[in-house]
Write a protein that binds this ligand. Sequence first.
Ligand SMILES: [Zn+2]
Ligand SMILES: [Zn+2]
Length: 257
Amino acid sequence: MTMRFTALGTGTVSLSPNRSCAGYLLESAPLRLLIDCGSGITRRLAELGVAWQTITHVALTHFHIDHHGDLPTLIFAWKYGFLPSRTEPVEIIGPVGTADLLARLAAAYGTWVTAPGFPLTVREIGPDDTLELPGGITFRCHPVPHTPESVAYSMERGGRRIVYTGDTGPSAALAAWAHGCDLLVCECSLPSGMGIPAHLTPEQCGELAAMAAPGHLALTHFYPPVEQVDIRALVGERYAGPVTLAMDGWYFETEVE
Ligand SMILES: [Zn+2]
Ligand SMILES: [Zn+2]
């Protein structure tokens, strides 16, 4: 058995020729979980040959549009994008407010957003909740300093654990919560000269990783200015472990029991 985490979109709302807005895929049979679904993610799913028709779950980290802009498109594709039409259920997971976001999208686009003709359920998750997803995946969240609803997610199976920070500012509590994970997927938005409390600089990624001590660190969510600095060197001054600067299509795979 394996657990595979694919970066579909490693960019931000600062539109990039090489990076889509945020989106990731966690596959661990029979679970096929899309995490965030920003603009360009539907395109990436097709481009990377991902069987998008059979995604089973979607999880949103927060409500910025670069993390969910393609979700209505994906639901519409599940409804009208192939024949015979989808009958398998989809569950949408997110912080408190996710059901309201879907209701507002349905008010704008049509009732198909929440009633697409196949079972679509919304499950809101709080910091004290533990979800047991198909395939023996234990799914948890942790609040992060970005927007009031923002969370990081942890996916664990057979002693292996992957943590995705979503968008976040510096947080020792997040580092402690992520401690010892096999893969830490960490946002790396801005160079230090442009740093703000709601995002991380490479230096802050290094500090977070030094506290969290993951088996592997993958950086993502790069605004173009941060790519003008030596991210690897700045992180490396603070954290000695292996680092990947993720590109769209990069994936991490681990054996699980
Ligand atoms: Zn973002
Ligand atoms: Zn954001």
